[in-house]
Design a protein around this ligand. Sequence first.
Ligand code: KG4
Ligand code: ZN
Length: 325
Amino acid sequence: MLTLGIETSCDETSVAVVEDGRKTLSNVIHSQVQLHAGFGGVVPELAARDHLERLPGLLELALERAGARPSDIELIAATRGPGLAGCLLVGTGIAEGLSAAWSVPLTGVNHLWGHMYSAMLAVPDLEPPLLGLVVSGAHSDLVRMPEHGRFEVIGRTRDDAAGEAFDKAARMLGLGYPVGPALDRLARTGDARRQRLPRPSLPGLEYSFSGLKTALLYRLRDLGDADEQTRADLGAAFEESVVESLLEKLDAALTQVPSKEVVVAGGVAANTLLRRRAAEVVGDRARLTMPPLELCTDNAAMIAAAGHFGARHPATVDPSLGWGG
Ligand code: KG4
Ligand code: ZN
């Protein structure tokens, strides 16, 4: 059964065709990096307009690459949130139009479900129960997924998300958009031991990154004109504090709720240090799945996968947690 996925929640326009929720037949992604680079960040109005302009061409390409015709599609899945309101409207609007024109059912997908389901595309035999850490631009959530369609948020951030913290730190260090990957590259040339920064530590399974951000701000102010190497050392120290904090709680969660399967997903899961350290922290206690980079950052294949399973398993999620089906 083929699902057409549409993702337009932020600055990636993506259309994908996925078979049986597991097999990616096509996953076409257009990044708006060039469009927003001059502004230093995503401009919502420009992003929405660009989604609208790109979607028809990407749709054609996704079908062509999958070797599929509209009549082969049995379900359309579009991201319905969280994300930039105008951008979401473009994706869901086009999906509604296609659903009517092709007489195919439409399902709205929670973007965070999508990130979790990106793991199912990477590892075809992966099944719940799972323990997940979803780290994106706006979320740092520890999630139990006892079965398809059921998510229990057991830990989250009190303030900034890990991706947001990376983005703000990167800007303080003078890096340009897209800042997350730029900080990753800068940190590879730095030494965290030369510029120690505090490691956030809250009780239980809660995260907090705002104090760490302030510590970086004050350190930069105290240093005055930090040279290139010092900025790289600071980038490495900041990255290390965020990554170790994320993994300290993942480690604790795995002890509290032992699980044979652990998933680390979302844009921040593309981070080099997080990928290396997560494998060390999880060790042989569980199988760790970190999707390949193109499935970590926003894409429509993960939305199609989540839509496929979501349509079969009615959601039982507390909407106040932001993970509503
Ligand atoms: O999941 P995602 O692509 O979009 C959202 O759903 O928010 O995540 C975007 C976040 C951004 O904060 C971006 O800077 C971060 O993921 N990111 C990274 C890396 N690649 C993307 N953070 C650290 N290292 C990376 N390599
Ligand atoms: Zn995302």
